[in-house]
Design a protein around this ligand. Structure first.
Ligand SMILES: N[C@@H](CCC(=O)N[C@@H](CS)C(=O)NCC(=O)O)C(=O)O
Length: 232
């Protein structure tokens, strides 16, 4: 059994998608990041970065294994199951490139765009919105190029797609049109219609933040600094 610490966001979906695709038994626990559940000593022992998603794998010889960071979790699960990851050295190299690309580029840029567009203060943020919309669109263009001559990022459906799909899935919420990105649209549609993906995205749907928690009213989530960790 695997414990999944989760909230229904694009970063959370990456892991629920992989668990559903692999058919692994798991128990999903809502991590209430809106009210500070990420800062308990118990959770910090699982993820010292105080964010979800994270998992604890009990299906191992010896002590349970905690894993944090979505990219590392998908890599770990791919190794554990032997699925959704090429096995040859060059294929694994490409998988690693796209994994680092997602977690170092698309994820942070989309995350900041989402923050300033959906949860940030409404005044005085023109530059932030322009900057992060431009960077997010740039990452869509990277995917557009990559998908011009293959069905999925690594050719076959893999962890690379599961990591990059969620932030492309919510483009409309980020006020970004996918019209200039026909390959991304085609790829997004194919992945969206996979039964495992639909199930994963519906997980705890009723707990989604539709804007009720924002920078104006929730300093636990949106105005963090070092003290959030040092004062524990
Ligand atoms: N790089 C991390 C990002 C995780 C992340 O940003 N999680 C957010 C929700 S989408 C979170 O837990 N926020 C709580 C907080 O910032 O206190 C990953 O890919 O796992």
């Amino acid at each position: 059994m695997i414990d999944l610490y989760y909230a229904p966001t694009p970063n959370g979906w990456k892991v629920s998608i992989m668990l559903e695709e692999c058919g692994l038994p798991y128990t999903a626990h809502f991590l209430d990041i809106f009210h500070g559940a990420q800062f308990t000593p118990q959770f910090l022992a699982i993820n010292p970065n105080a964010k979800m998603p994270a998992i604890v794998d009990h299906d191992v010889a010896g002590d349970p294994v905690p894993v944090f960071e979505s990219g590392a979790i998908l890599w770990y699960l791919a190794d554990k199951t032997g699925r959704f990851m090429p096995s040859d050295p060059l294929g694994r190299k490409e998988a690693m490139e796209w994994l680092f690309w997602q977690t170092g580029n698309q994820g942070p840029m989309a995350g900041q765009l989402s923050h300033f567009r959906m949860y940030g203060p409404k005044d005085g943020q023109d530059y932030a919105l322009t900057r992060y919309r431009g960077e997010y669109e740039r990452t869509l263009a990277v995917l557009e190029w990559r998908l011009r001559d293959r069905d999925f990022i690594l050719g076959e459906y893999s962890v690379a797609d599961m990591l990059s799909f969620p932030w492309a899935f919510i483009a409309k919420n980020l006020d970004v049109s996918l019209d200039p990105f026909p390959q991304v649209q085609r790829w997004r549609e194919t992945i969206k219609n996979r039964p495992a993906v639909r199930k994963a995205i519906d997980l705890m749907k009723d707990r989604q933040n539709k804007g009720e928690h924002n920078a104006g009213n929730n300093p636990t989530l949106y105005n963090q600094d070092a003290r959030h960790l040092l004062d524990i």
